[in-house]
Design a protein around this ligand. Structure first.
Ligand code: PLP
Length: 425
């Protein structure tokens, strides 16, 4: 089935009411038929609903549908993109372990890796996404995950997925890819051998800036990589917190199973059923929207590139861009999503431009149907030092645009006027 068709139908079987729209199961808990039924559910002899922190029928449709879009085996929805990323790492790493991350990461993922995980005793080591070979020098027997973004935010680079997967597989280490910006519409890393994808559903999945949520998807056949792999003992030894369950011996996708039974149970960053329902609505138009976002972003990038006062434009759809080749290789029809950035001389000029635009809202978000302008150095990346900013490709004069679904002519006109009014340019 094509992605557009899956986006409308996958994971939902109509109930006895024949409801066309997926119902919102707004409930905390579910009644068991009797004690035996309850016991069977807890011991996984039967699968079913227990408590909405663990599972919910509306969320299950969202999870199944998203897993299909990614060509994955199973998914687990979370309260936010950040919790999906934390779960992907915490599912395999513990104190004394390390993870190897691309330098070019979303600001929240960077602070998580550099600061928060450190407090849990997990070390983050960094490689440049343009130099995957460096991973070979960084990994050791304690490395649990290689983590990178398929299309990076905000530096807008395109990872060489095949090269990173080949290195990870050589060392038998899991790869986790944040596919938020590329989306499964444009790029499906699991089909190229990536083990787990994570998403902020708060972006293009909802598509209209309606809700916070996240999702983590497991590759088909991941069990083979986990089974008897000495790096991943938690998947091969009895879990004392779940009466001795061995995750690779249950016959269910082990990565999402462990994330649900252990992390959702104990940490509880669960998505609300209503938010799952909003994500399901967003997914219906996912494919259509991503084509339009990509078209608008390319048109704006071409305009900015031709403007004499712009130092640099970062958009992988531009032939001049360093990432063009990877974008053509990894993205459907070479469409590059709605995110672009451009650089002006300094912080002062950047501030003037951001303040002068009318159609672009000054918001720290991406993936909305309404266009957004952001100045990363003063907002999303404010917590980073100057060195950290440069290391992840975010100079002070960088402006990020999330191109919405307005007409490209209006978006270009508004930007043209904003550039003209910044007289010091
Ligand atoms: N990953 C990327 C690439 C993001 O851009 C963001 C947020 O901007 C996140 C993860 C975090 O997602 P959330 O805000 O849903 O926690």
């Amino acid at each position: 089935m094509d992605l557009q068709t899956k986006a409308l139908h996958a994971g939902y079987e109509k109930d006895s009411q024949g409801t066309m729209a997926v119902p919102i199961y707004q409930t905390t808990a579910y009644e068991f038929r009797d004690v035996e039924h309850a016991a069977n559910l807890f011991s996984l002899k039967e699968l079913g609903n227990i408590y909405t922190r663990l599972n919910n029928p509306t969320t299950e449709v969202f999870e199944k549908r998203f897993a299909e879009l990614e060509d994955g085996e199973a998914a687990i929805a979370t309260a936010s993109g950040m919790s999906a990323i934390f779960y992907a790492i915490a599912n395999v790493a513990e104190a004394g372990d390390n993870i190897v991350c691309a330098k070019q990461l979303y600001g929240g993922s960077l602070t998580l890796s550099v600061h928060t995980l450190k407090r849990f005793g997990i070390e983050a080591r960094f490689f440049d996404v343009h130099n995957p070979d460096a991973i070979n020098e960084l990994v050791d027997e304690k490395t649990k995950v290689i983590f990178f973004e398929s299309l990076t935010n905000p530096s807008i680079d395109v990872a060489d997925i095949d090269a990173i997967v080949a290195i990870a597989n050589k060392h038998n280490i899991l790869t986790v890819v944040d596919n938020t910006v590329a989306t499964p519409v444009l790029c499906r890393p699991l089909t190229r051998g990536v083990d787990v994808t994570v998403h902020s559903a708060s972006k293009y999945t909802t598509g209209q800036g309606l809700a916070i949520g996240g999702i983590l998807v497991e590759r088909k056949g991941l069990i083979k990589k986990l089974k008897n792999n000495p790096r991943y003992t938690h998947f091969n030894e009895p879990d004392q917190s779940y009466h001795g369950l061995i995750y690779t011996e249950v016959g269910l996708p082990p990565f999402t199973l462990r994330a649900r039974l252990s992390l959702l149970r104990d940490l509880g960053a669960v998505v609300a059923p209503f938010n799952s329902w909003l994500f399901i609505q967003g997914i219906e138009t996912f494919a259509l929207r991503m084509k339009e976002h990509s078209k608008n972003a390319l048109a704006l990038a071409e305009f900015l590139e031709s403007h004499p006062k712009i130092k640099k434009v970062n958009y992988p759809g531009l032939k001049s861009n360093l990432n063009y080749k990877n974008a053509q290789k990894y993205f459907e029809d070479g469409a590059c999503s709605g995110l672009l950035s451009f650089e002006v001389e300094n912080l002062e000029i950047a501030t003037k431009i951001v303040n002068a635009t009318k159609l672009y809202s000054l918001v720290v978000n991406i993936g909305d149907s309404k266009s957004i302008i952001t100045h990363p150095a003063s907002t999303t990346h404010q917590q980073l030092s100057d060195e950290e900013l440069m290391a992840c490709g975010v100079p002070a004069g960088l402006i990020r645009i999330s191109c919405g679904l307005e007409s490209s002519k209006d978006l270009i006109d508004d930007m043209k006027k904003a550039l003209e009014t910044c007289t010091s340019l």
